[in-house]
Design a protein around this ligand. Structure first.
Ligand code: AMP
Ligand code: GLY
Length: 415
């Protein structure tokens, strides 16, 4: 089988590493890929948003399965375009990708089908929104209704912060013209629950937890994620099971009823509150960096399962999961998530069994490996205990990575 993976970050590196373990896979292409991916796949210089070029490439190269990483491709309707050409593709159609692309749509479906989530209301009028936040009071959460590269959410602890965020989103149109979902601020422990869904059947992956803030102690600006761990000791199995039945399966059923069955990877960003588990958000794709710590634990043939999902015929009833814990720490460019420089040389250490380094933003220049993004590497260890995984990552692997422009968090998986 020939596989094409769309995207070029750590998530796609982890997907490609998992798929490459399948005896059924003989060739992998990545568009555009990165320097780490190039060791496992042939990288082709096509952007993830160039849907026409991707369709043409898959068709001409007789690709058997295309796997979509980024949400931008899904929002453009890449799955509809591939299927219209008879090409098999893993991911939701444009109508189902709304579960991530439109926060308002997702919240309304959750409300209609009783999927537990924070109380909310949606506004496009600035005056009405202002009145609502004054009535509700702080803390309060404002979410721009559209894709905003992870920057469209403000958890306002004070009324002044809420007013400033509202002005940015609705008056100054920082992310474009649109509306804002304003919701109740929940408190609790967040975790990520990813499930493979073929429209009807829902197959759970192990849960994970990422760390969104840039600096130790959950300080500093929000990022795409500075590290992750799977499983999550803070979340009891009974709550995972409850979430599977009452959140993930219920949402998949709701989407069938709404006429847009979800196929691909449904990501639940969930929070265990004192009133039980509630949805913070859904995504329509693999989480990044959660995927990097979840997929190494999957012992089943992931290619086979993804092929079943893309065929809307999920037969695998249960995944075989390695009981070891996987801990990953992101090494990011100084300055990230604000402005940063690229092009610094990196040297990588030799890896022992169970250790992995996924590339998030790298490129090759001749023989040299260079930084090429905000988040550059995800350095990981799998071990029976958190203490051992931490020791391997922080005392052996990270000191072995040589580069002049990195920072990282020292407290990943310390809760
Ligand atoms: P999102 O992009 O929707 O995942 O939001 C980004 C982050 O904002 C989440 O990971 C949460 O930490 C926080 N957040 C979002 N919605 C809420 C909420 N209703 N209550 C508390 N925190 C929230
Ligand atoms: N790690 C959160 C996300 O992928 O959206």
């Amino acid at each position: 089988m020939k596989v094409l993976v769309i995207g070029g970050g750590g998530r796609e590196h982890a997907i490609i590493a998992a798929v490459s373990r399948s005896p059924k896979v003989e060739k992998i292409f990545a568009a555009p890929g990165n320097a780490g991916i190039a060791a496992l796949a042939e990288c082709v210089a096509i952007k993830d948003t160039d849907v026409d070029a991707l369709v043409t490439f898959a068709y001409n190269n007789k690709v058997d399965l295309t796997i979509v990483g980024p949400e931008a491709s899904l929002a453009l309707g890449i799955v509809d375009a591939f299927e219209a050409h008879g090409l098999k593709i893993f991911g939701p159609k444009k109508a189902a990708a709304q579960v991530e692309v439109s926060k308002d749509w997702a919240k309304n479906v959750m409300a209609k089908y009783g999927v537990p989530t924070a109380r909310f209301q949606t506004f496009s009028d600035y005056g009405e929104a202002l009145e609502y936040i004054h009535k509700e009071g702080a803390p309060i959460v404002l979410k721009y209704d559209g894709l905003a590269a992870g920057k469209g959410v403000v958890v306002a602890e004070t009324m002044a912060e809420a007013e400033a965020a509202l002005k940015d989103m609705l008056l100054d149109e920082e992310f474009g013209k649109g509306s804002v979902v304003i919701e109740e601020c929940l408190r609790g422990t967040e975790f990520s629950f990813m499930c493979l869904v073929d429209g009807k059947n829902v197959l759970p992956l192990p849960i994970a937890k990422d760390h969104k803030r840039a600096y130790d102690g959950d300080k500093g600006p929000n990022t795409g994620g500075m590290g992750a761990v799977s499983p999550v000791s803070l979340i009891p199995n009974s709550e995972v099971e409850w979430s599977y039945n009452n959140i993930m399966c219920r949402m998949a059923e709701a989407m069938v009823s709404e006429g847009c069955p979800f196929s691909g990877l449904l990501y639940g960003g969930l929070m265990l509150t004192k009133d039980g588990v509630k949805v913070i958000e859904f995504n329509a794709r693999f989480g990044d960096p959660e995927t990097e710590v979840v997929l190494p634990r999957i012992e089943s043939d992931l290619f086979e399962v993804m092929y079943e999902v893309a065929s809307h015929d999920l037969r695998t009833a249960k995944l075989s999961v390695n009981p070891n814990l996987c801990l990953g720490v992101v090494m990011a460019s100084e300055g990230y998530p604000k402005s940063y420089q690229k092009g610094f040389e990196i040297q990588l250490p030799a890896l022992a069994d169970g250790d992995v380094i996924y590339h998030m933003g790298t490129k090759r220049d001749g023989g040299r490996l260079l930084t090429n993004g905000g988040r550059v590497l995800m350095v990981e260890a799998m071990a029976p205990t958190l203490a051992e995984a931490r020791r391997r990552v922080y005392e052996t692997l990270i000191p072995g990575v040589k580069c002049d422009n990195f920072f990282f968090r020292r407290d990943i998986a310390e809760f």
